[in-house]
Design a protein around this ligand. Structure first.
Ligand SMILES: *Cc1c(COP(=O)(O)O)cnc(C)c1O
Length: 424
């Protein structure tokens, strides 16, 4: 799609992302007039001439800079493929990013991005808790490459993390701040702008990057780049895919940073395939509808849980009150509370398990963000690997259940929880 020039304006006015998800970056004349983008199920692309092939490779390997108006051509599906390129263009619209890269999984996006920017001797400062796979990468893999990960509790101000770094004498070696906000499964928020300010303060010759895993609220309800982050990461397996039928990941940011990420994606081979790209293009058409319906249903469910006598505590962003320091961060950083709810039943693991085993409509499964509601037990499932003492410190108690709310009718979700709570 060398000649592609994405449009996003009507009479000079920018169109909203949801209006562009059916058309942006694609011209039907490329594909026999097909209204929908075909799956470009091909490993390689035919050059018009040897000169063209030479020019594409010069750009792919960065042997020279682009001539005026020159676009990178299609070479080979580990480097580029129309299903991925169009998807990447559409993804940039939600986060107002210059560039995007799609990966075979959220973990492929995170590992490829981190290995692009971290070097032996570097320090990575990160919020805690983070996704299990990310946690394993930080604690067990990065140290083997000479990178030291230092965690700070989500919900504590980043200034405290700075004090910790100073105490350890590591401020000079800081290369990246990685945050996951809201934190899983506690919904604790990390202040993105405060992390960006900290990165600016500690940057010297080399700029310290701020990367945000935006899987839980993005791309609809939180745009980290607008709060000073440099990179946004997603498990597209969750809300972006939205149907629990595809594994994929995304990294977004400036063209300059993404050009570097894309080099390692090509070398590691961590890109997604064309069919995954096509599935995600289909998902994007209903992204706003799905996330809005899920968010609205979650409001009803959270309100129901809050007053239930067998529920001890509900962690849901929509329940934050003005006296909570997290409230101000929420107001500034998020445009809606999303659809992840964690709650504690009165009792412990036995009571939580009784509830989970009694559910009929809500499935008992990990993962989140899909059209169907899911429930799981963080302490023994997604966060089983976290040190037991640390788990309690983070607020992941044996009585906690995590809900991902789908697009079902709120009355039915509440009816299922009502009958399951009777079993407790
Ligand atoms: C699921 C998830 C990941 C990992 O994504 P995969 O697509 O499963 O590789 C990373 N971060 C968060 C917050 C997640 O929920």
């Amino acid at each position: 799609m060398a000649e592609r020039k994405p449009e996003g304006y009507l009479n000079g006015r920018p169109l909203h992302p949801e209006s562009l998800m059916m058309s942006y970056g694609y011209r039907p004349e490329w594909s026999e007039g097909a209204a929908k983008i075909p799956i470009f199920q091909t490993s390689t692309f035919i050059f018009k001439s040897a000169e063209e092939g030479k020019a594409f490779f010069e750009l792919a390997y960065g042997l020279r800079s682009r001539r005026d108006g020159e676009q990178m051509g299609l070479i080979y599906s580990r480097l580029n493929n129309p299903d991925l390129e169009i998807l990447e263009d559409r993804l940039t619209l939600w986060d107002e990013a210059e560039a995007a890269a799609v990966f075979a999984s959220g973990m492929a996006a995170i590992t490829t991005t981190l290995l692009t920017f971290l070097r032996p001797g570097d320090v990575l400062l990160h919020s805690e808790p983070v996704y299990g796979g990310t946690d394993f990468l930080f604690k067990h893999v990065l140290p083997q490459f000479g990178v030291r990960a230092v965690g700070f509790r989500a919900g504590t101000p980043p200034e405290q993390a700075e004090l910790l770094l100073r105490r350890l004498g590591l401020t000079e070696r800081l290369a990246m701040i990685f945050i996951e906000t809201p934190a899983n499964p506690t919904n604790d928020l990390v202040d993105i702008a405060a992390c960006a300010a900290l990165a600016n303060r500690l940057s010297s010759v080399r700029r310290i990057l701020v990367a945000v895993d935006n899987t839980f609220l993005g791309p609809l309800w939180q745009q980290p780049l607008n709060h000073g982050a440099d990179l946004v990461l997603y498990s597209a397996t969750k809300y972006i895919g939205g149907h629990s039928d595809v594994i994929a990941g995304v990294c977004l940011g400036s063209r300059e940073l993404l050009d570097q990420v894309r080099v390692l994606r090509t070398i590691f081979g961590t890109m997604a395939g064309p069919h995954t790209g096509w599935l995600l293009l289909r998902s994007l058409e209903t992204l706003k509808l799905r996330m809005t319906a899920q968010m609205k249903t979650a409001r009803h469910v959270a309100a129901f849980l809050k007053t239930h006598p067998k529920v001890a505590r509900v962690r849901y962003l929509g329940n934050l009150t003005e006296d909570d320091p997290q409230y101000e961060i929420f107001q500034r950083q998020c445009s809606a509370p999303g659809s992840m709810i964690s709650f504690e039943v009165v009792g412990g693991e036995a009571e939580a398990f009784r509830l989970l085993n009694a559910l009929q409509l809500i499935h008992l499964a990990v993962s989140l963000g899909g059209t169907e509601s899911l429930a799981e037990h963080p302490a023994t499932m997604t966060h089983a690997d976290v040190d037991p003492e640390e788990r309690i410190e983070l607020g992941i108690t044996p009585a906690m259940i995590r809900l991902s709310i789908g697009v079902e009718h709120p009355e039915d979700v509440i009816a299922d929880l009502t009958q399951a709570l009777e079993a407790v």
